[in-house]
Design a protein around this ligand. Structure first.
Ligand code: ADE
Length: 243
């Protein structure tokens, strides 16, 4: 899987993804990261990439030229090999809110281009010309699209075969059944007076499964009741939640 990131801060992206699981997958070549510095495509003698907004107002707007030229520099190369139109994701609080099902869908692509804005945003004409998907990572405003791009790349990467050690570990987890995950424990059996739930030490697999499912249901009810509408529950489970 190849991630291409158009940004004014390529170092931020490289550093952010160089540690832990994404870092190892990059080293192994399961993932590839191509950061493209939009500033390299400025034709201004001071390398400026932003300008005042037409119509007035606070802040600066990223000019269309450098963004579109940066995009074209990667697009032609990718599409010559991949023979498909590559999706271009613009990170913006105005976009559709990112979720696990979007991560799953995007993890099937061979190439993805992420466009990170800064300042007050990017000239609308450049966005109209190149962007296929406007995506937000949540209802809050960040200083730029780099952290949102890293969030998306991380969530997508762990669904790419070979990125996680144990390939099944992405299978049974939070959001799988529209339920939150059950709590996990490891040694010691007692920590500062707090014990591991008895059932987990019992070796009784059916009982453990039942307890975990109940914990998932209770957690979802407490923290994300909105998710329960989409969860597939047995009649017994529905009654359990109503008591
Ligand atoms: N850029 C600034 N805030 C953002 C957000 N919440 N999601 C995606 N991109 C952003």
């Amino acid at each position: 899987m190849n991630f291409h990131v158009l940004t004014l801060f390529p170092e931020m992206i490289r550093q952010g993804l160089s540690a832990s699981i994404t870092g190892r997958a990059l080293e192994k070549g399961i993932l590839q990261l191509n950061t493209v510095d939009i500033r390299d495509f400025s034709e201004n003698k001071h390398n400026r990439v932003d300008d005042y907004p037409y119509g007035g107002g606070a802040g600066m707007v990223m000019a269309p030229g450098p963004v579109v030229r940066a995009y074209r520099s990667v697009k032609e190369r990718i599409e010559a090999e991949d023979k498909k139109t590559t999706r271009v994701i613009y990170l913006t609080p105005q976009g559709k809110v990112f979720d696990q099902s979007m991560a799953e869908e995007l993890s099937k692509e061979e190439n993805l281009i992420f466009l990170c804005g800064h300042y007050e945003g990017i000239d609308e004409r450049a966005l109209e010309m190149i962007v296929t998907d406007n995506i937000s990572i949540g209802d809050y405003v960040l200083t730029g699209g780099e952290i949102p791009a890293m969030v998306m790349i991380d969530a997508i990467s762990r669904l790419v075969p070979g990125v996680l050690n144990n390939e099944t570990s992405a299978e049974f987890e939070t959001f799988q059944d529209n339920l939150l995950e059950y709590p996990q424990y490891t040694r010691p059996e007692e920590f500062e007076g707090k014990k591991v739930p008895e059932v987990l030490l019992s070796g009784h697999h059916a009982k453990i499964e039942e307890w975990r499912r109940e914990q998932s249901l209770l957690r979802t009810l407490k923290n994300r009741p909105d998710m329960l509408k989409k969860a597939v529950l047995t009649e017994k489970e529905k009654r359990f939640l109503h008591t």
